[in-house]
Design a protein around this ligand. Structure first.
Ligand SMILES: Nc1ncnc2c1ncn2[C@@H]1O[C@H](COP(=O)(O)OP(=O)(O)O)[C@@H](O)[C@H]1O
Ligand SMILES: [Mg+2]
Length: 422
């Protein structure tokens, strides 16, 4: 047996001793297929109620879902689309992750055309844009990567550069008209606007106001920045409902952890929330600590959970004890810092924030800025926002000033002890 075989078997054995088929955590909701998402989706009852109530009505609505990176916007809209697809009559639900450098009308056109597989004109539009047309309806019922084609919601990210049509808004209108002959409701979800700079989002929306006033329902994901939000909601009056997804409470986070672990257990071995072995291989205590550390941000729970279990597997731990958990935290901090795509400049800014604990216009010094070859704090905002996308920093929820601090994923146990001591 080769070394690789041996290691592979050893890891698989550890997982099976934990009663798990795999490590269930994922970073992004778009890498889950819809049946997996249904198994793990937790909470958001109030928000679901608000959105789904609108779908009882006939009048089309435009919905903005906004909140921090990793708070669960993608998961939320996929969950809504999935239930619509299964239960709402005569509804065509479409999804697209906004390709970079693409306007909203083009994105909407792509999302819709992809779901109109039988419509030759729609497929021709895709062809013109250099995208793969789907001539024949997809009849797969098994799991594809996103598994989502089986229920019809396309969660595949568009990575190819798109040649925009000349009149995307008009082409979209035409296609929508065709779609509305077959369906009484067309829903276009355009995701990942939150990944764009707020100023760009504002511009996109300004340019495509007409689109949002067309006959389709829209669901967009937005940036949490207070300023952008006001412009989006009140000034332009573009949205009928703006929902902010907030951090989950500890109980919900705990249930989410149980749901994830259960999703990797054989069907007959799944546990109830109040069964302490539901969090196995975590102990009740380390499960609680994991939830606290994740601070109600689903992506942080996923990342931390995954790093801790990977570490536990490499040390062949039967249980994630306090000690194993601490090693997991260190491993997580190490892995997060080592993510690909970070430049020397990014590290410099990160270390500055770690050193100062919070960084804002008020706490940055001239020397700090000089070392970064910047004149003003605003010049380093793009770097800070990038570090937020990497789960290294979070932006504090202050409406006026941009203020950043390290995420709880980065802070090692030693520091935590210091905090308790002082
Ligand atoms: N309500 C939820 N229940 C279970 N998992 C969730 C929930 N919300 C988010 N997640 C998970 O957390 C991670 C980040 O969520 P995502 O929707 O990608 O965040 P966002 O789009 O806001 O950046 C994903 O793995 C996602 O599946
Ligand atoms: Mg998202």
């Amino acid at each position: 047996m080769s070394e690789a075989d041996r290691i592979f078997d050893e890891l698989a054995n550890t997982l099976s001793r934990w009663g798990l088929d795999e490590i269930p955590f994922t970073e992004s909701a778009s890498s889950l297929d819809l049946s997996q998402l249904r198994e793990v989706f937790t909470g958001r009852t109030q928000e679901l109620r608000e959105v789904l109530t609108l779908f009882q009505g006939r009048e089309r609505k435009r919905i903005l879902v906004y909140g921090w990176v990793g708070i669960g916007k993608t998961a939320f809209i996929l969950e809504v689309l999935s239930v619509l697809q299964r239960k709402a009559k005569d509804t065509l639900a479409t999804y697209i992750s906004l390709p970079s450098e693409t306007d909203l009308a083009t994105a909407a056109l792509i999302a819709l055309a992809r779901r109109m597989e039988d419509d030759e004109w729609a497929q021709h539009q895709l062809n013109l844009m250099g995208l793969r047309p789907k001539k024949r309806p997809v009849q797969k019922t098994g799991k594809s990567k996103a598994g989502i084609s089986s229920t019809g919601i396309e969660a595949e990210e568009t990575t190819v550069p798109v040649t925009s049509p000349r009149f995307p808004a008009l082409s979209f209108e035409d296609l929508l008209e065709r779609a509305l002959k077959k369906y009484s409701r067309v829903v276009i979800a355009i995701d990942d606007l939150d990944k764009q700079d707020p100023a760009r989002v504002r511009e996109l929306l300004r340019n495509d106001q007409g689109l949002l006033k067309s006959g389709a329902w829209f669901m967009l994901t937005g940036h949490p920045s207070g300023l952008t939000r006001d412009i989006l909601t009140s000034n332009l009056g573009l949205f009928d409902l703006a929902i902010e997804l907030k951090q989950l409470d500890q109980d919900t986070t705990y249930r989410m952890l149980v749901n994830y672990l259960n999703s990797a257990r054989p069907k007959n071995a799944r546990c109830d929330f109040d069964d302490p072995s539901a969090v196995q291989p975590f102990t009740l205590e380390t499960a609680r600590t994991l939830c606290e550390r994740s601070d109600g941000v689903p992506r942080w729970l996923n990342r931390l959970g995954s790093y801790v279990l990977l570490k536990a597997a490499t040390v062949h731990a039967d249980l994630v004890t306090d000690n194993v958990f601490r090693q997991g935290l260190e491993y997580a901090a190490h892995q997060l810092r080592g993510q690909r795509g970070l430049t020397a400049e990014d590290y410099y800014v990160l270390d500055l924030v770690l050193e100062k604990r919070t960084l804002s216009d008020a706490t940055v010094t001239l020397t700090d800025l000089e070392r970064l070859k910047a004149k003003e704090f605003s010049e380093i905002l793009p770097i800070l926002e990038k570090l937020v996308q990497f789960d290294l920093l979070r932006r504090l929820p202050s409406e006026q000033a941009a203020e950043y601090e390290p995420t709880p994923l980065l802070i090692g146990k030693t520091e935590q002890k210091e905090d308790k001591a002082d």
